[in-house]
Design a protein around this ligand. Structure first.
Ligand code: NAD
Length: 304
């Protein structure tokens, strides 16, 4: 299998450095026309500088690839897609990668810390994807990769804002996967860990050494390629060359009679059962529902 992006227009947000830059270089090497978006701000989201995106474009052009720079904030997603359309006629791939950090213990987290992080990660991804969506539908082709984080999946001290924003990107992709299914639009999610300015001051050097951002790009490229005809609404953890899928698991659960025995006390008594994964299932909306949820209560309770 060869994965090519010839004739494909790819928009990568926040691509002036870190992970996004690597994606752009790899896309360009495989023939894509790349929009390198980055407003060039600080890690906390202050300021702006067109240099970050320009340098990546320069590097791509030196390699013989095609790229244009875009300096818009992801919150102006329609302008980013406009850049793609003006330069290359359409858009086939959106990688929602732009991000900032404003870490603080929850007791000290300000409204602004929460708002700005949610804006860039979640609202920004919404705005860019929303602007690309009509093109995807019209051409019956689109690929979206959202960037979540282990902090979103598992929580992380000092990152209530970031965790909430990142988990939001998962639900967002899962619904886009369902709405895009009939238009050959696939939306998937990665939860990466990589060396970048986001992790450089947090992780020890021997660990950072193993976390090259180039080890994340192959997953992003595969998910967003024409070759991916199956994966839609999936979540992958990607770090240091280790690639694994994350999915939901529901315990066998307990069914309560809808009568006066259904009390907080009876729930407390049956927590072992509620949390017993011996008879677990892999749920999806309206598919693979647990029989206890869908079947008639009375017959189930009677049969129990
Ligand atoms: P990075 O800081 O190098 O890259 C993020 C880029 O986004 C920066 O270049 C920044 O200028 C740009 N950006 C910020 N706000 C923007 C906005 N409003 N509009 C346009 N561009 C904007 O960090 P990175 O590690 O390469 O992060 C890339 C993505 O991966 C982020 O979404 C991050 O949350 C996610 N992530 C990274 C790690 C990791 O270990 N590095 C872990 C989990 C998730």
């Amino acid at each position: 299998m060869t994965i090519s992006f010839k004739d494909k227009v790819v928009v990568v947000t926040g691509a002036g450095g870190g992970l996004g830059k690597h994606y752009c270089l790899e896309y360009a090497k495989r023939g894509a026309k790349v929009v390198v978006n980055d407003l060039g701000g600080t890690l906390g989201g202050q300021g702006g500088d067109s240099k970050a995106a320009d340098l990546v474009v320069e590097e791509i052009r030196k390699l013989g690839g095609q790229a244009v720079a875009d300096y818009n904030n992801v919150l102006d997603g329609e302008k980013i897609i406009e850049t793609a359309v003006k330069a290359f006629g359409t858009v086939h791939v959106v990688v929602n990668n732009a991000g900032i950090l404003r870490d603080a213990q929850f007791k000290k987290m300000s409204d602004l810390d929460f708002q700005l992080v949610t804006d860039v990660h979640t609202n920004g991804a919404f705005k860019v994807t929303k602007a690309a969506w009509p093109y995807f539908r019209k051409q019956n082709y689109g690929r979206i990769v959202n960037t979540a984080s282990p902090a979103g999946l598992y929580g992380n001290f000092g990152q209530a804002n970031y965790s909430a924003a990142k988990m939001g990107l998962i639900g967002f992709a899962e619904t886009l996967a369902k709405e895009g299914e009939n238009h050959n639009i696939k939306a998937n999610v990665i939860a990466p860990l990589a060396r970048s300015r986001m992790t450089e001051s947090i992780l020890p050097p021997p660990i950072l050494e193993q976390l090259g951002p180039e080890k994340v790009a192959p997953m992003v490229l595969y998910l967003s390629s024409e070759n991916n005809t199956e994966l839609n609404g999936e979540i992958f953890e990607v770090a240091a060359g280790f690639y694994a899928q994350i999915r939901w698991e529901r315990s066998g659960g307990a069914l309560f009679k809808p009568d006066d025995t259904f009390t907080p006390e009876s729930v407390a008594k049956r927590f072992d059962e509620i949390m017993n994964f011996d008879d677990s299932s892999k749920p999806d909306l309206l598919k693979n529902q647990h029989p206890k949820m869908l079947n008639d209560y009375t017959s189930l309770v009677d049969a129990a």
